[in-house]
Design a protein around this ligand. Structure first.
Ligand SMILES: NC(=O)C1=CN([C@@H]2O[C@H](COP(=O)(O)OP(=O)(O)OC[C@H]3O[C@@H](n4cnc5c(N)ncnc54)[C@H](OP(=O)(O)O)[C@@H]3O)[C@@H](O)[C@H]2O)[C@@H](O)CC1
Ligand SMILES: [K+]
Length: 487
């Protein structure tokens, strides 16, 4: 079982280069470019008129088709009686057949954005090819620093559509209207903070699977893998999770992971902990079973008997016994999640870990753990996660407000995270949840994708007071809705 094919087409992220190719393919297929530009302009105008009152509006138009969208929007707004002014980056642009727009052109030096003014940013979109400089930089810097309301066409100019990096400057748009599919840059790096609310418009571009540079993580992709079990199933048929916890005072993290595994839909969870902490652990769990950890055999005997999946790392500590147990379990190729201490254990000798990893492993580092394990890497978060997955031979889930999941197939970008998740223990819950999905038979990338989305969805709508302990019941109710028969 894998991601749903139809959902892949709907939720793919298309790089600017692939988008330009898709535009050309559509034009070669018989749709005139002018028609696409008019459809784009209509979509922008629709968003604009539903979102903003009639007000002084300046349209910044660049030399390419992004600028052509802007000019087309200017015509539509002028016809609707809006007080529109146009600033052209290429002042030699021929507007002799568009006299209405020509009469509104103002010199770029007069561009003085301020509160109460609407600015439509149509300087550059998919065709941004270098750092902004000169007049373009001057216009965008003025806009970036102003209180004007900005509506960006396709991308805020200066934001790299592939990486989400800023090439010189970029405005803080209130909203961005993009076409056909989101671009990675809307979700990565500075994208979320610069794009504002993103509207996606269908302008009649045909989707081809090869256009996908990545997937935007969404339940449509993996909801079918969460189907409830048959009625007469039993707990071990629903999957067993082995969670290795740490000694004494560090036990909380492992217990959070075990609890999350228990609400994932897995039938049973065993929490292994050194004998000295076992009684305390047993007193803090009801449904989760507790067993003593006394070295690699205590884990491998259990996984041999129960199968399922393991979660290593949260609160596990850096002891030799835990490390040996981890390496022994990796040998058996049972699906595993490695988080926290299970990653930092190998920061001095990552090769020792990479040698033992296999495609059923999910590594869940945050940025700090990532760079300690993989070293400093160049590139966007998406590119770095992909390189790391290749190096490790496993699925890498690189956490953050935007999370990236990379493995063998198309990488995924998860964008429903919120500040509420920046709290101690939230990562432990995620690791346990993913282990729970692995134990139920999901492949590593699918389990990581479902885990990242459901974990973030559980926290959405929660405020700064969210404690990680509160997440498991919230996860249970997200899951209940996702598997409800109405879907
Ligand atoms: N393709 C289509 O049919 C459709 C496209 N659509 C729309 O068009 C957009 C893509 O259009 P596009 O490919 O023309 O690219 P665009 O973003 O306008 O920029 C290219 C121009 O900018 C220039 N330039 C680049 N960087 C620069 C810099 N830093 N500083 C200064 N100049 C710079 C670059 O110059 P060059 O690199 O060639 O020297 C070139 O002149 C897309 O985002 C969507 O809005 C839709 O209407 C649907 C139909
Ligand atoms: K733009």
């Amino acid at each position: 079982m894998a991601f749903d094919e139809a959902a892949i087409r709907r939720h793919m992220l298309v790089t600017p280069g692939a988008m330009a190719a898709a535009d050309e393919r559509t034009i070669a297929g018989g749709t005139e470019r002018a028609v696409l530009i008019r459809r784009a302009a209509r979509a922008i105008t629709r968003v604009l008129r539903s979102r903003y009152a009639k007000q002084p509006t300046v349209i910044l138009c660049g030399p390419g088709h992004n600028g052509a969208d802007g000019i087309s929007v200017a015509e539509m707004l002028i016809e609707a009686g809006w007080p529109v002014e146009v600033v052209l980056l290429d002042e030699n642009q021929d507007l002799s057949d568009r006299l209405g727009v020509l009469s509104r052109v103002r010199p770029s030096g007069t561009f003085s954005p301020r509160a109460g003014m609407l600015v439509i940013d149509a300087l550059f979109g998919a065709g941004l090819s270098r750092l902004l400089e000169g007049e373009a930089l001057m216009l965008i810097e003025r806009l970036e620093l102003s209180q004007a309301t900005c509506l960006a066409i396709d991308l805020p100019s200066g934001l790299d559509g592939q990486t989400g990096e800023i090439r010189g400057a970029a405005p803080y748009a209130d909203a961005t209207v993009t076409f056909h599919r989101l671009k990675p840059g809307h979700l990565l790096g500075h994208g979320p903070e610069r794009c504002g609310k993103v509207f996606l418009a269908d302008i009649g571009i045909e989707a081809e699977e090869d256009d996908a540079g990545a997937l935007h993580n969404h339940p449509d992709l993996w909801r079918h893998l969460l189907r409830p079990s048959k009625r007469d199933t039993h707990k071990y048929e629903k999957g067993h999770v082995t969670a290795l916890g740490g000694p004494g005072l560090k036990g909380g993290a492992g217990r959070l992971a075990a609890r999350a595994a228990a609400v994932s839909g897995a039938g049973a969870v065993t929490y292994l902990t050194p004998l000295s902490s076992a009684e305390f652990a047993a007193a803090s769990f009801d449904a989760v079973m507790v067993a003593p950890f006394h070295g690699p055999d205590s884990v491998t005997d259990l996984t041999y008997k129960r199968g399922g999946a393991c979660v290593f790392g949260p609160g596990m500590g850096h002891g030799d016994a835990a490390k040996e147990a981890l390496l022994a379990v990796l040998e058996t190729e049972i699906p595993c999640v490695l988080d926290a201490d299970a990653l930092t254990l190998f920061e001095k000798k990552p090769g020792e870990l990479f040698e033992k990893l296999h495609p059923n492993c999910v590594l869940t580092p945050h940025e700090g753990e990532f760079s300690r394990l993989f070293g400093e890497m160049e590139g966007s978060k998406l590119e770095r996660a992909c390189k790391a997955a290749k190096k490790a031979g496993a699925v890498v889930l690189l956490k953050g407000s935007t999370t990236v999941i990379a493995g063998d197939g198309l990488p995924l970008v998860n964008s429903n995270g919120s500040a509420a998740l920046a709290t101690a223990g939230a990562g432990d819950v995620l690791a346990g949840l993913i282990a729970g999905f692995l134990a139920q038979g999901m492949a590593a990338a699918e389990a990581a994708a479902a885990g990242a989305y459901i974990h973030a969805d559980a926290a959405s709508g929660q405020g700064p007071g969210l404690e990680a302990e509160a997440l498991p019941p919230l996860i249970a109710s997200v899951l209940k809705n996702l598997v409800a028969p109405t879907h």
